[in-house]
Design a protein around this ligand. Structure first.
Ligand code: MRU
Length: 345
């Protein structure tokens, strides 16, 4: 399986998702600002992968703090964290990663040199743990996929969006590994084409039968009875179960309801944000307009047209049939279910 991101000597190596599937190229980041640039430009993307890039990026950044003074170190690390915080606002895994490393810092009793090592070790641990988390999501989600099912997915919630295996695609992988004869409709996912470029690539590599469609074809195939279930990932799940995910997910939720098709959301607990009551409080990232006016660097729209490019939307909890996490499946009512899941009772 491809390595989305890894710690390599004194650098962070990132598989360049902008160039996939045409070229399998890697970017070696020697400074934390290079990692930030990769997140902003979406060389690495997907909520869990953004969190992991943040963790490894902060770990890389703190290696460069010259002073042995602990207070100075704390201030510098906080300012590095702030820079990461500003990169992509919707995926809460980024905040989660920052909090994980801040906790390591808070609990550390040794000198600055050993603290740097501890932060690096924690970041690498989070990366390694992510693969196991995704396999667990796959294990819980697999029974929801009937043998012979035709599944629709949106964006890329695969190995590339995580430390490996994937969330929504992890469930699909698990069903395939269990010997189920599944097939997948892949939304191309305009404007950044994560479906056409990345999910299609992962499924072809795994020999899982898949058909690429444009986003606007989803309703057509549902109406024809060709879709048995939808499974997507998430960038942030609010306390009431509202789900922020790639723009277009809400439309799929409404269509799924109209056709009595279940919509499942697969996400690790690091994507839960129980501090916010509903999806209305989730910040939605507005991205550069060139993503809409151009395809593959070629302009397709007139120069003076106004453009909007919200990268995510919020699917209200009523459209979500179940949330699949590494700690188990949660069904409505989500407010109680999610709280129980996190508190572990
Ligand atoms: O803008 P992106 O490519 O980072 O958006 C990715 C998604 O919306 C994914 O569905 C989500 O992050 C889950 S990835 C396991």
């Amino acid at each position: 399986m491809v390595k989305t991101i890894e710690w390599k000597g004194n650098s962070v190596r990132i598989l360049d998702q902008v160039r996939l599937p045409l070229k399998e190229a890697y970017l070696d980041c020697f400074t934390y600002r290079e990692v930030i640039e990769c997140i902003v430009k979406m060389n690495i993307r997907g909520a869990p992968a953004i969190g992991l890039a943040t963790a490894l990026g902060i770990a890389l950044g703190v290696q460069g703090i010259a002073s042995q003074d602990r207070e100075f170190f704390d201030r510098e690390m906080d300012s590095i964290c702030q820079e990461f915080f500003r990169t992509r606002p919707t995926a809460v895994n980024l905040v989660w990663a920052i909090n994980q490393l801040k906790e390591t810092k808070r609990n550390h009793r040794g000198d600055v040199a050993s603290l740097k090592e501890a932060i690096k070790a924690r970041a690498v641990e989070l990366l390694e743990a992510d693969l196991a988390i995704n396999r667990q999501i796959g294990k819980y989600g697999e029974p929801l996929i009937p043998d012979g099912a035709s599944i629709l997915t949106h964006c890329n919630a695969g190995a590339l969006a995580t430390g490996g295996y994937g969330t929504a695609l992890g469930v699909i992988r698990a069903a395939h590994e269990a010997g189920k004869k599944i097939s997948v409709y892949v939304d191309e996912t305009r404007p950044f084409l994560q479906g056409a470029r990345l999910t299609a690539w992962e499924l072809v590599e795994e020999n899982i039968p898949a058909t690429l469609i444009t986003d606007s074809m989803a309703g057509y195939f549902m109406q024809k009875g060709k879709v048995d279930l939808i499974i997507v990932g998430a960038d942030r799940v609010a306390a009431n179960g509202d789900v922020a995910n790639k723009i277009g997910t809400y439309s799929l939720g409404v269509l799924a309801r109209a056709h009595s098709i279940p919509l499942y959301v697969a996400a690790p607990t690091s994507t839960l944000d129980l501090n916010i009551p509903t999806g209305q409080e989730i910040p939605i990232e507005e991205r550069t307009h060139e993503e809409v006016t151009s395809i593959g660097g070629i302009r397709i729209a007139p120069e003076r047209i106004a453009v909007a490019n919200p990268a995510f939307d919020v699917t209200p909890n009523e459209y979500v049939s179940a949330l699949i996490t590494e700690k188990g499946i949660v069904r409505p009512p989500y407010l109680q279910g999610l709280r129980r899941l996190v508190q572990g009772d």
